[in-house]
Design a protein around this ligand. Sequence first.
Ligand SMILES: *Cc1c(COP(=O)(O)O)cnc(C)c1O
Length: 386
Amino acid sequence: MTWENKINQKLKTNKNNILVRNINVTTYYSPCYIQVLGKNYCNFSSNDYLNLSHDSRIINAWKKGAEIYGVGSGGSSYMSGYTTAHEQLETRLADWLGYTKSILFISGFSANQAVISTLLNKEDIIFADKKSHASIIETCVQNSAALYRFKHNSIEDLNQLNINLNTKNKLKLIITEGVFSMDGDMAPLKLLNKFSEKPTRMLLVDDAHGIGVIGKNGKGSCDYQNIKPHILMITFGKAFGISGAAVLCNNTIYKYLRQFSKHLICSTAMPPAQAYTLLKSLDIIQTDKSIRDKLNENINYFCSQAKHLSFQLLSSRTAIQPIIIGNNEQTILLSNKLKKDGIWTNAIRSPTVPIGTERLRITINAMHSKKDINKLLEKLHEYNNK
Ligand SMILES: *Cc1c(COP(=O)(O)O)cnc(C)c1O
């Protein structure tokens, strides 16, 4: 066996297979319109819910940040990569969300990895929602702590698992998401928070899809459900329109992560121009309610109209609106048909989602016009009747 053989063998099992993943080279030509291979599409697959990635205020901040700080940080925070922009952003995020501290990471993936892999070891227990994001599950699987996945949003299942295990004195990390990335539904945060109140338990909420769009002034799912988890992870690649992430926590956890997380110690800090620009995103999220209103208006409009389709819809009231098709072939077929009509949606196949729940993952954006949404609905309606 050679490396070449090993790699080719693995690729071959995937070849001609419906599961092959393709990358599309995309050009944006206006906020929610993209061009792929010369063809124009209305984009219903972006997580940039408020369209801040194309907001002129953000673009100008990026330019100004680059002028003040240069574009790269030049090293990890422990070298000389931590600037006043990083410090300001961490302070403002913590103040905004009611935490003592926050720590910036270059991505949500790395933030989840850092928290889980730095805090837990083989004596410990992880309880994670079955539908948790791959960045959570990957890390949990690789970690030496025992991983138990409770039924999606089921506090009963979590309780039962905990009773069956009878591990009173062990330390437990409970993990869930504010808004689930594939279903668009929300976790029962109040109940999970109640469960996590004991000193041997800690709750981690990944609010990648809630921050900026839900709660008072976009404070996210935890604000919306009126809880404060021990650790809150937010990302900046979605509603914030840029990229990166932050972990919000108390001073003890902060000090611990700063000391022990290799993701912080051995990795180049976020570009300072980016931290500077994120401050502007935060300003807009905190003060410009009109974009969020527009998003909600669009979500409500889509939901009210989509009711009339005979596709199976989930009960989501967020920007993530899955349409369940039920098998990989049909899902891809529908996605391709929509593409022919100039509509870009993501076909989400099994095993990314459970077999039988393969879906189109539609995401609604503040900048979609009624006309865009109507066109999507009309096309769905057409295919529905064929
Ligand atoms: C997108 C996402 C992440 C990863 O964040 P990145 O900043 O894109 O790495 C983590 N968790 C959830 C739930 C997500 O949707």
